[in-house]
Design a protein around this ligand. Structure first.
Ligand SMILES: Nc1ncnc2c1ncn2[C@@H]1O[C@H](COP(=O)(O)OP(=O)(O)OP(=O)(O)O)[C@@H](O)[C@H]1O
Ligand SMILES: [Mg+2]
Length: 252
């Protein structure tokens, strides 16, 4: 099972859109995917149309429950999810001062059955707090979505620096799988420039696929369907299928 944290501390960078639609595109290719929604906003949970997880994930992080008991099936081919809820917003308070709280998730992940899923995608909240650090401590790989509308280089450098610390302390295996430019608008010079700068700075770490600005992606959320189901022929579906193909090609 490949374990990926979808991470960027900047809000609205495309994490949830990428988690949900990459998962669905992997599912379309016959991969079995477990999504863990680590964001108290629970947007990925809502997108898959499942009930929120109540205190479930909070209890896991507080070492009072197991991940496997939180798994819910979704209506999307190949996808299961561990849902989030607003309860997760209290995690920093609940675990304040607890030794080793950043590595509870890592420990719990190791107890999941090895061969039930091919991919595990963790949707992180927009911060580098305990939830995101827990994801980095538990993941083998991180995938960074970057909103191409904004100057994103500094933000990416900060994640990489944080990951460096996590690698030293908790997770020597953590690798950067790739950076994906999201909301790319071919008509504006500015978006093109952001993508060019990302490629200049991070080279091959930037996926060839860019995710174009596509209103259908925003609509799909309100219909609680991944883009591959909501409109499988739109640009958004095409782009996430292309991203899934690149991610699968990285398999060793
Ligand atoms: N390719 C796209 N085309 C059009 N809209 C998009 C695209 N990608 C994301 N969006 C929209 O941008 C907003 C932010 O996207 P998303 O929720 O995926 O970001 P996020 O990083 O998960 O945000 P947060 O940090 O709040 O969790 C959403 O309204 C989403 O519908
Ligand atoms: Mg999100």
């Amino acid at each position: 099972m490949r374990t990926l944290a979808i991470i960027n501390q900047k809000g609205g960078s495309g994490k949830t859109t990428t988690t949900v639609n990459l998962a669905a595109a992997l599912g379309d290719r016959g991969k079995r995917v477990l999504v863990i929604d680590l964001d108290p906003q629970a947007s990925a949970t809502a997108w898959f149309g499942v009930a929120d997880g109540g205190k479930g994930l909070l209890d896991v992080l507080a070492d009072r429950a197991e991940l496997i008991d939180q798994v819910q099936a979704t209506a999307t081919l190949g996808i299961d999810i561990i849902p989030s809820s607003t309860w997760l917003a209290g995690v920093e308070k609940v675990l304040a001062g607890e030794i080793g709280s950043e590595t509870v998730l890592k420990r719990k992940l190791k107890k999941l059955p090895k061969d039930r899923w091919d991919y595990l995608l963790m949707d992180c909240p927009p911060s580098l707090g305990l939830l995101a650090i827990s994801a980095l401590a538990a993941a083998q790989e991180m995938l960074i979505p970057v909103e191409a509308h904004v100057m994103a280089l500094g933000g990416v450098a900060q994640i990489i620096k944080t990951a460096e610390v996590v690698r030293e302390r908790h997770n020597a295996d953590l690798e950067l799988t790739g950076i994906v430019a999201c909301r790319v608008d071919g008509r504006t010079r500015h978006t093109q420039e952001v993508v060019e700068q990302l490629r200049a700075k991070f080279g091959k770490l930037v996926f060839k696929t860019v995710i174009r600005e596509n209103i259908r992606l925003a609509e799909a959320w309100s219909f609680a369907q991944p883009i591959t189901v909501y409109d499988s022929r739109c640009h958004g579906a095409e782009d996430y299928r292309a991203l899934a193909a690149e991610v699968v090609r990285q398999e060793r």
